[in-house]
Design a protein around this ligand. Structure first.
Ligand code: FES
Length: 169
């Protein structure tokens, strides 16, 4: 009789991982995609996520943890419901990306990698998000906003707070 494999993930994600490891010539190549999918489901890379991903790929937990410190898009703490990522890389920096970041810090009352007390927003300074032609740009979860000004930024945050952000409509 087949025994069910114990997993901390949903049956859908566990099945996705079972397939994912068969798609690469080397199992460990599935590590980063797996961590990103796990983060989407769990909210962050917890110790339990590290343990199960390591086991699925035949790696040591240390190997998985070393990847976490390398990729800034992987989080080891829960983020807010809306994770605001402000790009300050070269194009955005030249077009006031740091001004947008400071504006967000002041407006939300939090610093880089912090979460508001109500859990609604978290804030991160990030490297290029691929919207350089329309700098300065930000990403909220998976939605992009560009050619920002402090006024546009206020409107975006107000919309999310009121449940009118892109993914909430
Ligand atoms: S430098 Fe900001 S999106 Fe590329």
């Amino acid at each position: 009789m087949a025994t069910e494999k114990k997993t901390i993930f949903s049956p859908e994600l566990a099945a996705r991982f079972d397939k994912l490891v068969t798609l690469y010539p080397m199992r460990r190549s599935a590590l980063v995609p797996m961590l990103l999918y796990a983060q989407d489901e769990v909210g962050y890379i917890s110790k339990e996520v590290v343990a199960e991903v390591a086991e699925r790929l035949g790696l040591r937990e240390n190997d998985v943890e070393s990847v976490l410190s390398y990729y800034s898009m992987l989080r080891t703490k829960p983020a807010g419901k809306y994770n605001v990522q402000v790009c300050t890389n070269i194009s955005c920096m030249l077009r006031d990306g740091y001004g947008i970041l400071e504006h967000c810090k002041k407006r939300l009352g939090i610093d880089h990698k912090e979460v508001t007390a109500d859990g609604l927003f978290s804030l991160e300074e990030v490297e290029c998000i691929g919207a350089c032609c329309w700098a300065p740009a930000i990403q909220v979860n998976y939605d992009f906003y560009d050619e920002l000004t402090p006024e546009k930024m206020d409107q975006i945050l107000d919309d999310y707070k009121a449940g009118r952000g892109k993914e909430t409509v």
